[in-house]
Design a protein around this ligand. Sequence first.
Ligand code: SF4
Ligand SMILES: [Zn+2]
Length: 323
Amino acid sequence: MKDLIELNKKVREAFPKNVKNPRIWKEKELIDGKIVDSYVIILRTKGCRWAHISGCSMCGYFKETYNAGYDEIKRQIDFAYKKYNGEQVVKFFTSGSFLDKRELPEKLQLYALKKFSKAKKIIIETRPEFVKNLEGMDNELEIAMGLESSNDKVLEHSINKGFRYKPWLKAAKMVKEFGKKLRVYILIKPPFLTEKEGIKDAIESVKKVRNIADTISFNPVAIHGRTIVEQMWKHGLYRPPWLWSVVEILKESKKIYDGIIRCDVVAGGLRRGAHNCGKCDRSFIHAINEFNLKQDTKIFDELDCKCREEWMDWLEIEEYLMG
Ligand code: SF4
Ligand SMILES: [Zn+2]
């Protein structure tokens, strides 16, 4: 465990940081059964506190961070507001925790929320240790909190998450007590797990959070630069999940969970992202994007490709290879 912490620190050392504007884009989002526009803002802040101590094994968001002072962050919020067109959902992210006062001073948290208070819903991300800072925030908020896996062994030895399931659950309950919605991120195929174990782990995690999550958002691992996962991938020790596995997880999750399910496939179809054989990847990504908006697993019935056999063989063979 100590080695993993140290190694993670090492691979991200001395990465140049010279970015200043927030990243902004628009995308579609499903709220109350309707497809609406959402406005995504990624503020450049000093980034996730845990990433400075060690960081999660798959996370490369530290590269987007920038040691911005109070005035610079305020300027970024104003910059984002100028380009805002009244989209109903605003996603206010920071490559860390919006609620961490060291990252985003409390005054700026409130300033940002007030500025975009016309939005029907604001989604912010946080680690569980900062949830208590929700006190006094009266916007219609959805709190997105990465759990990644409900299995403590996976959290500790594979993801290096820096917390266990129980404290996460306590914070999740606190989110609900504050009257806020909860979005739970679950990772698909953490490192050191086989493809089959990855599928099982994601579904087990859904079972654990299904009664508390308003939305479950899956993140299939993508290979970010300067991460442990990248090192493993370069040495042939890790393959991002098959899109077949992603679809399998979405189908199974829909059977056991009634809330909204979504899945953001970063670098989908590329070697660094979830992929299949190359021929069918586009149709899979399209189907997953459709599913995000329609929530109907029938969309997946059309998917077929010869590589299904290869994927199924891999599920079996890999167990032996890794064993
Ligand atoms: S995944 Fe989240 S908690 Fe982990 S290092 Fe990245 S930003 Fe921090
Ligand atoms: Zn294929």
